[in-house]
Design a protein around this ligand. Structure first.
Ligand code: SAH
Length: 248
């Protein structure tokens, strides 16, 4: 069980697998007014940067679940590096349907809402692990500008314009699910550049080290085309943010 290999090639050097920077992660932690001992569940935790840095900076305890063996391994290494192995745990598993054995104060899915079949399903899934009065954290893209055509949406990596909402509509949709949006920290283009452009050097180095790999052609095509695609579409049309929700 693992995620498609292309991601573990292109994102092997990423600590944060979304358009957030370490500064944004720290801002989000401060915005949530995390207290020592706050219990956090993170579905699709990637390389564990959120849980590990929040454990170090705010004294939280965390459980991360991710389907990538590589990212889970990196998360455990990061916990060691930051001296928080006693506070965080990482489980290599499919997070679809995952419910924590012990309820948490903060249940997150940051940039992986397909795990619950979309935003609504993921909010629902997370609530099964949440103690009463807890906070749900959702990281999700939104349209900065509506793509004028379906082709533009696909250029952004979406399957269709309907995949995402505008920011006001996304916020409205959380209300429709019965939640107050109690905080949000939005990414910006610099963060998008860190997420997307960091893949290019990783791909280039990987190609030099693995010229005969079965994936070399796919990685070469991506390296050739991604910078222009990203600058034309994603960087101009797609926003991204993390939203903190509390049930009304
Ligand atoms: N939240 C992390 C990672 C976001 S990228 C961060 O912000 O850095 C999406 C993550 O979801 C990847 O780490 C990928 O391995 C993981 N993932 C994809 N499908 C999954 C599934 N079904 N169950 C658990 N994790 C999954």
């Amino acid at each position: 069980m693992d995620i498609p290999r292309i991601f573990t090639i292109t994102e092997s050097e990423h600590r944060i697998h979304n358009p957030y920077t370490s500064e944004k992660l720290a801002t989000l932690g401060a915005a949530l007014r995390l207290k020592p001992g706050t219990r956090v569940l993170d579905l699709g935790c990637g390389s564990g940067e959120m849980l590990c840095t929040w454990a170090r900076d705010y004294g939280i305890t965390g459980l991360g679940v991710d389907m990538s063996l590589l990212f889970c391994g990196q998360a455990r290494l990061r916990a060691k590096e930051l001296g928080v192995t006693g506070q965080v745990e990482f489980v290599h598993a499919d997070a679809a349907g995952y419910v924590a054995a012990e309820k948490v104060d903060l249940a997150a899915c940051v940039g992986a809402t397909w795990i619950g079949g979309g935003v609504a399903g993921t909010v629902e899934l997370l609530t099964h692990s949440l103690c009463p009065g807890g906070i749900v954290l959702i990281g999700e893209p939104y349209w900065l500008r509506m793509p004028p055509t379906e082709n533009v949406a696909q250029g952004c990596g979406a399957t269709a314009v309907a995949d995402f909402l505008t920011l006001p509509k996304l916020i409205e949709s959380f209300g429709d699910l019965g939640y107050d949006v109690v905080e949000m920290v939005l990414a910006n283009q610099d963060g998008w550049d860190r997420y997307e452009a960091a893949k290019w050097l990783t791909m280039r180095r990987w190609l030099e080290a693995n010229p005969d790999d079965d994936f070399a052609k796919e990685v070469r095509d991506q390296l050739t085309n991604e910078p222009k695609r990203y600058a034309t579409y994603t960087r101009e049309y797609l926003g991204w943010g993390v939203f903190a929700l509390m049930a009304r």
